[in-house]
Design a protein around this ligand. Structure first.
Ligand code: DP6
Length: 324
C-alpha cells in the first residue's frame, strides 16, 4: 500500500528575528519573532509512505541526501509516524525553485511543506495551529511558513503554545523583499549550529530582553503601514542579531564585503529619499525591503552595485497548501 500527498510552502523573511533556543527538544525559541512569507519562492514536497521501503529516502532537487540533513528529516518523520500510530517508511521528493542554503531560509519552506504533505498522506487533518507547532519541531522558522502573509511566532511557555499565526493577510501591505544575492554557495555555519552558540554571546540576553518591545513596534508599523517606523525597528533588530552572532564564541561573521556595501547604500538611499531598509539572516545576502511602487527602482540600484550577483524580488506570500 502507498499513501501519497504533495504540498508547497514559501520561505519567510523575519523582520524580528528568532535566534537561540530555550529548549532544543521540542524546539522552543528564546524569543518571539515576526516575518513575511515570500511569494514566488517555493518548495514543493511529495511524500510517499510505501510499505515496501526499508528506510526513509530523501531526494532534494533530484539529489539523494544522507548525513545530518537526512537524520533531521528522519527524526521529524518518526514524530509524525508516532502521531499517526504508523511505522511505514517514506520517500520524500522536494524541489526548491531558489538556491538552497544561501541564507534564504530553505528549511522554513521545506519543513512547512513536509509537515502538511506527511500528515495528509497518513490521513491526519491538523488545524493551522497544530501544523505550525509540528513544523516548528523540524525547523523553528518553518512554523512561520504555515500561516499566510505577515506572521507572528509567539515563543510560548511550552510545546502547546509555541506556534505562529497570521497578523495580516498577504494583500494587507504591498511590501516587496528585493533579495540581493552576493553569494549562492552553501553557508559554512548552519543556523542550527548558530542557535546553540547564541547563549555564548554576552549580548544575547539584552537582545532577548528588549524583543517584545521591538515586536510590538514592528507589528504596529505593519498594521499602520508606517514605513519609517518599520524601517527603524527592522534594521535595529537585524543589527542586534548580527551583533550577537559576531560576539558568540566562536564568532559567526556571515558578512562579505558586498554585504556591507549594500547596507551602506541602503542607508544612503533612505537618507536621500528612497524608502528602503535592510535585514539579514544567517548568510551574506541582503534582503532590501520597499513598497511595491519602488520595486523596479530598488532592483535597478542594487544590480548596479559591484558585489550584487542577482536580485530576486518577492511580495507577501500565502501559507502552506496542499497540491494533491
Ligand atoms: C537568522 O529556523 O533556520 O533566519 O530551527 O535550527 O532550523 P532551525 O533554524 P532556523 O533559524 C532561522 C534564523 C534566522 C532568523 C529567523 O528567521 O527568524
Amino acid at each position: 500500500m502507498k499513501f501519497t500527498a504533495t504540498a508547497s510552502a514559501h520561505p519567510n523573511i523575519a523582520f524580528i528575528k528568532y535566534w537561540g533556543n530555550r529548549d532544543d527538544n521540542p524546539h522552543l525559541p528564546a524569543n518571539s519573532s515576526l516575518s513575511m512569507n515570500l511569494e514566488g519562492l517555493t518548495t514543493t514536497t511529495t511524500v510517499c509512505f510505501d510499505e515496501r521501503l526499508k528506510s526513509d529516502v530523501l531526494i532534494l532537487n533530484k539529489e539523494g541526501i544522507t548525513g545530518e540533513g537526512f537524520q533531521r528529516v528522519h527524526k521529524f518523520l518518526n514524530h509524525i509516524r508516532q502521531l499517526a500510530s504508523k511505522s511505514t517508511y517514506a520517500q520524500l521528493e522536494s524541489v526548491n525553485n531558489f538556491p538552497t542554503g544561501a541564507g534564504l531560509a530553505s528549511s522554513a519552506s521545506a519543513y512547512a511543506a513536509l509537515a502538511l504533505a506527511a500528515t495528509r498522506a497518513l490521513g491526519l487533518e491538523l488545524t493551522e495551529k497544530e501544523l505550525s507547532r509540528l513544523a516548528r519541531r523540524g525547523s523553528g522558522s518553518a512554523c512561520r511558513s504555515v500561516p499566510a502573509g505577515f506572521v507572528e511566532w509567539q515563543a510560548g511557555e511550552d510545546d502547546s503554545d509555541s506556534y505562529a499565526f497570521s497578523i495580516a493577510s498577504p494583500e494587507h501591505w504591498g511590501l516587496v523583499d528585493c533579495i540581493a544575492l552576493v553569494n549562492r554557495s552553501h553557508k559554512k555555519f548552519s543556523s542550527w549550529q548558530g542557535h546553540r552558540l547564541a547563549a555564548t554571546s554576552p549580548l544575547q540576553s539584552a537582545r532577548v530582553k528588549d524583543c517584545q518591545r521591538r515586536l510590538r513596534l514592528c507589528k504596529e508599523a505593519i498594521l499602520e503601514k508606517d514605513f519609517k517606523k518599520f524601517a527603524e525597528v527592522v534594521e535595529l533588530d537585524s543589527n542586534l542579531l548580527h551583533a550577537v552572532m559576531m560576539s558568540s564564541q566562536p564568532a559567526l561573521l556571515y558578512w562579505e564585503p558586498a554585504t556591507i556595501e549594500i547596507m551602506k547604500a541602503v542607508i544612503y538611499w533612505r537618507e536621500t529619499g528612497l524608502a528602503v531598509c535592510y535585514t539579514l539572516d544567517a548568510g551574506p545576502n541582503v534582503h532590501v525591503i520597499c513598497r511595491s511602487s519602488l520595486k523596479d527602482e530598488t532592483k535597478e540600484r542594487l544590480l548596479n552595485l559591484r558585489g550584487v550577483k542577482d536580485v530576486i524580488a518577492a511580495k507577501p506570500g500565502g501559507g502552506v497548501k496542499l497540491i494533491e
